[in-house]
Design a protein around this ligand. Structure first.
Ligand code: SAM
Length: 281
């Protein structure tokens, strides 16, 4: 059994879908801490019931952190142990916890992070995109000016970019990324570790088209190829695969035009050929 140290804040990752993905050590810590600080107590209750842990979690989230944070710090100072959990995955990563960590550090409270499930890394390793160097962006800001600033800051970053997005915003986000980053290789990782886990590996454009055909549902990580010298980026880069295919088809047989465009946009030849058959009269 791992020793539990008095007055310590434990950051405990929880499953992102499949309840079996919690580690033995995380279960041990949840069983043995004095307090479990949860983003949503009802959500965490389900996990605790599954694990056979009867203690009641206390609430710590974005909207009560100003009051709940100092109370948890007092508990820690008096020698109690606290586990911080979010609804899914790593606390702090696009989830509450960062302020509690900072507060604890400023009070000299020891922090022990436990490794475990995280949607971004789980998606990255199966994406097929460069996983040696990557940048985690998380959710795009909702305000257009902030989106624009962020995307122009990262438009020339040569590392894989990782985004989180809610299904009802996926189409808008794909449009925004196309606008500022240009059409790049991209992957969606949907419903990771769950029954309907699926990957769509293509380009921002092909994924956007797919989202029109099949309404996005469930949870998504969106990964986008990093910038390289052969790319144009930014708003000026508005050439779409359709435009490219039509241009190629002016001087080439449709099959060859489709082949070349497919290579350039990392898409299926068949989809482009079909498009040319329908549009190049
Ligand atoms: N803390 C979590 C982590 O470590 O991954 C992230 C929490 S954030 C509030 C929730 C977002 O993570 C979702 O909107 C989605 O983008 C992504 N996500 C979480 N679970 C996922 C899953 N099973 N499959 C795909 N994406 C997931």
């Amino acid at each position: 059994m791992n020793e539990i140290k008095p007055g310590t804040l434990y950051l405990v990752p929880t499953p992102i879908g499949n309840l079996s993905d919690i580690t033995e050590r995380s279960v041990e810590i949840l069983n043995n801490v004095d307090l479990i600080a949860a983003e949503d107590t009802r959500h965490t209750r389900i996990l605790l019931d599954h694990l056979g842990i009867s203690k009641s979690p206390v609430s710590y989230h974005e909207h009560n952190k100003k009051e709940a944070g100092p109370k948890l710090i007092d508990e820690l100072k008096s020698g109690h142990t606290v586990a911080q959990v979010s609804d899914a995955g790593m606390p702090v990563i696009s989830d509450p916890g960062a302020d509690l960590v900072r507060l604890a550090l400023s009070e000299g409270i020891p922090i022990v992070p436990l490794p475990g499930p995280n949607a971004a890394l789980t998606a990255l390793v199966a994406s097929g995109l460069d996983a040696r160097q990557f940048v985690f962006i998380g959710f795009l800001p909702k305000i257009t000016a902030k989106q624009k600033k962020l995307l122009s800051d990262i438009s020339h970053v040569p590392f894989t970019l990782i985004f989180y997005e809610a299904p009802h915003r996926l189409k808008d986000t794909l449009d925004t990324l196309l606008k500022y980053l240009g059409n790049r290789r991209a992957v969606t990782a949907r419903e990771l570790t769950k029954k309907f886990e699926s990957f769509n590996r293509g380009t921002l454009e092909s994924i956007r088209l797919h989202a029109d055909e099949e309404e996005p549902r469930g949870e998504y990580v969106l990964l986008v190829e990093g910038w390289n010298e052969s790319m144009e980026t930014g708003e000026e880069n508005q050439a779409t695969w359709q435009e490219e295919a039509m241009k190629q088809a002016e001087s080439l047989p449709l099959k060859e035009a489709a082949r070349r465009t497919a290579g350039k946009f990392n898409m299926s030849r068949r989809e482009i050929y079909q498009f040319l058959l329908e549009n190049k009269k």
